[in-house]
Design a protein around this ligand. Structure first.
Ligand SMILES: *Cc1c(COP(=O)(O)O)cnc(C)c1O
Length: 383
């Protein structure tokens, strides 16, 4: 293989897998479905024994993600939840975690309804308030898990301040970077120890793949997480690894377009008379705007907004034509959802109300279609 260290991140992404198969020189990485491999002799290995442990297609994806993020080890899972679950398995009974309250609903569910049964305790805090995070830390606290921008209200946490806090208190600092991707935000530069992705979203980018990624900054933690991946087995299958590798080649281009479209859509929604609140970090009025400019190189493609009434929110979802009323985000196709009922339905109602996730709040994943078409659809749906 040619040395790649001197290339830009964008080039490295496009070159993922190119020429790895030296026998054929294939540009597109071969998919290796083989579950098992011949041993040359007793106690000898080609480096490939059994696909759960190592797979030649998955290892290119995992190494590529580690390099892209600037970490020691990358791991690919069958979903974002599988990646998060494997991260949580790193902890033991009695351990305490501090977690963002503006959080993906499934992460809340697995902590609240699965890991609670194993004695893992969690405090949910407003991680846009670093002092609140510091106050939530106890002697049992082992890690901080942050989503920034938050979901669905897109609050911005101060990664540098939280990284410093975790360093001082010897906590594992984990960032779910799903909303921005490594193109826009690089948590390791702010002291994060683990970066987590639902690759179902921007990394996959076409609403046709469910996958998750964990990347550890240090080899030691990476090896411990690999032990858990291999022991519990929620690996990403070879075909899906190939699909994700193919998607990553256009990640830079797609993210650029998502950002451009989302800013135009957010500005349009901002002036709409039936839109009462708008949440997009790219707007100057957003409380996290300045922080966002400091720690990320773009604002992403997610826009949340409140409309006049719950009834109007429901009507908008019914009237949409181009934009699909569907869960998920980060694909080239624009999607809209009602977080209170869909993605965040598992968060108790009182808690949702306190957070402001009411039934007039809509979350739009701005796709890469022509922005005029997206706006025309919003215009007719809001009429
Ligand atoms: C979707 C999502 C997850 C869960 O990922 P899956 O791939 O659906 O399992 C976790 N975190 C965030 C921020 C997400 O948007």
């Amino acid at each position: 293989m040619k040395p790649t260290a001197e290339y830009s991140q964008e080039t490295n992404l496009i070159q993922l897998g190119v020429g790895v198969d030296e026998r054929t020189g294939a540009i597109s990485l071969p998919i290796h479905p083989s579950a098992t491999y011949r041993h040359p002799g007793v106690g000898e290995s080609t480096g490939y024994d059994y696909t759960r442990s190592v797979n030649p297609t998955r290892e290119v994806l995992e190494a590529g993600m580690a390099k892209l993020e600037g970490g020691a080890r990358g791991l690919a899972f069958s979903s974002g939840m599988a990646a998060l679950t494997t991260f949580f398995l790193h902890f033991s009974q009695g351990d305490h975690l501090v977690v963002s309250e503006d959080l993906y609903g499934g992460t809340y569910r697995v902590l609240d309804q699965v890991f609670a049964n194993f004695g893992l305790t969690v405090t949910y805090v407003d991680t846009t308030n670093s002092a609140a995070v510091a106050n939530a830390i106890t002697n049992q606290t082992k890690a901080l898990l942050v989503e920034t921008p938050g979901n669905p209200l897109l609050g911005i946490a101060d990664l540098a301040a939280l990284g410093q806090l975790c360093g001082e208190r010897k906590l594992i600092f984990a960032v779910d970077n799903t909303f921005l991707s490594p193109i826009l935000q690089r948590p390791f530069e702010f002291g994060a120890d683990v970066v987590i992705y639902s690759a179902t979203k921007y990394l996959g980018g076409h609403n046709d793949l469910c996958a998750g990624i964990l990347i550890a900054r240090e080899k030691e933690l990476g090896d411990q997480l690999y032990f858990l991946q291999n022991s519990t087995g929620a690996i990403l299958p070879p075909f899906d690894c190939w699909l994700l590798l193919r998607s990553l080649k256009t990640l830079t281009l797609r993210i650029k377009r998502h950002c451009e479209n989302a800013l135009i859509v957010a500005r349009w929604l901002e002036q709409h008379p039936k839109v009462t609140d708008i949440y997009y970090p790219g707007l100057e009025r957003h409380p996290g705007h300045e922080l966002s400019c400091k720690q990320a190189s773009g604002f992403g493609g997610m826009v949340s907004f409140r409309v006049e009434s719950d009834a109007l929110a429901r009507a908008v979802l019914k009237r949409l034509q181009l934009i699909s009323f569907a869960e998920s985000l980060g694909g080239v196709e624009s999607l809209m959802t009602l977080p209170a009922v869909q993605t965040h339905g598992d968060i108790p109602e009182a808690e949702r109300k306190r957070l402001g996730i009411c039934e007039s709040l809509l979350r739009l994943s701005v796709g890469t279609e022509s922005v005029e078409d997206i706006i025309a659809d919003l215009e007719q749906a809001l009429a």
